[in-house]
Design a protein around this ligand. Structure first.
Ligand code: CP
Length: 333
């Protein structure tokens, strides 16, 4: 079993199934164990959060422990993660000390560190998360990094399983228009987890919004191993045909990474077309509508769809709690 929970790619299909089974036991009230009794978990937030922060704090409490929430640059010192740098700028403390100190107090460290959307070649390597994992002497849980949001992806897989049962499903990940460029962590992790779980995956996006080449290679490989298929399309209408799950998310273009103005201008023509609406949902096989939240209504999805019985966005948010309890219990139990 991996020491950390950084990406689902580090975990086998059997291990992920085990986490989903454990999450369901927590959800159904069949497991009231307290593996964190007398222990603490540090939750480090470089970025804002509703679901992740609340569900992790509640989850740690329900497992018998306590959460220590830190916000670098706010309630704790600004942090440097690069190695061999002269720290004469605005960063006060290095991750090397920060993480090792925390590990003396806490049994695990969760960290949220979004992509800064400045330098694609640097951020695709997940430098801050990697520094935490390198220096930590206790398990590290990725609470959304530049490249991955594995807790969200696992909650999404649980939601699909609960609503549609076990086995292979037809799943669409569709890009959607948004007023500013967003990181790729959620689509990356959803596509990867869907492939690992053996779902037939369609990824729809306009030209220029391709996911990372290396990651697409990994997604294809995992899908092949699981006996599933992956296809990419630029046709937003046909993409919906016969799908059982529609997962909407916006993300920025690698071509305009670090240039928000260019990215916004580039995708302006897609505003009317790349939205999940009732007409597109009618092309599906009564698909679930999914989104990680927060969502901009009537940009990503119409009110009609998100307020319809097909929408499972609140279940996805609830399932964050149950899967994260399963992850912590596995890593620390
Ligand atoms: N989906 C998700 O991670 O939500 P928050 O950003 O509110 O934590």
């Amino acid at each position: 079993m991996p020491r950390n929970f950084l990406t689902t790619a580090d975990w086998t299909r059997e291990e992920l199934d085990g986490l989903l089974d454990a999450a369901l036991r927590f959800k159904r009230g069949e497991d009231a164990s307290k593996p964190l009794a007398g222990r603490s978990v540090a939750l480090v937030f470089f970025n804002p959060s509703l679901r992740t922060r609340a569900s992790m704090q509640v989850g740690v409490y329900e497992l018998g422990g306590q959460a220590v929430v830190l916000e670098p640059g706010g309630t704790s010192w600004t942090l440097e993660h690069r190695e061999a740098v002269v720290m004469d700028g605005d960063k006060t403390e290095h991750v090397a000390e920060f993480v090792r100190v925390l590990a003396r107090y806490c049994s695990a460290i969760g960290v949220r560190t979004f992509a800064a959307l400045k330098d694609w070649n640097e951020e695709r390597r997940d430098p801050v998360l990697s520094a935490f994992a390198k220096f930590s002497e206790v398990p590290v849980i990725n609470l959304e990094s530049a490249m991955h949001h594995p807790c969200q992806a696992l909650a999404d897989m649980l939601t699909v399983r609960e609503r549609l049962g076990e086995g292979r499903k037809r799943v669409l990940l569709t890009w959607a228009w948004h007023p500013k460029p967003l990181p790729m962590a959620v689509p990356n992790s959803f596509a990867l987890a869907a492939a690992q779980m053996g779902h037939d995956l369609t990824i729809a996006h306009p030209p220029g919004y391709e996911l990372d080449d290396e990651l697409i290679g990994e997604i294809n490989s995992r899908a092949f191993d699981a006996g599933a298929t992956v296809r990419v399309t630029r046709d937003i209408e046909e993409a919906f045909d016969g799908q059982e799950v529609v997962y909407a998310k916006s993300w920025g273009s690698k071509l305009f990474y670090g240039s928000a103005a260019d990215d916004i201008e580039e995708r302006a023509p897609y505003r009317r077309e790349w939205i999940v609406d009732a007409g597109k949902m009618r092309r599906t096989d009564d698909a679930l509508f999914m989104h990680c939240l927060p969502v901009r209504r009537n940009c990503i999805v119409t009110d009609e769809v998100i307020d319809s019985p097909a929408s499972v966005v609140i279940d996805e948010a609830e399932n964050r709690l149950h899967v994260q309890k399963a992850i912590m219990a596995k890593l620390l139990g």
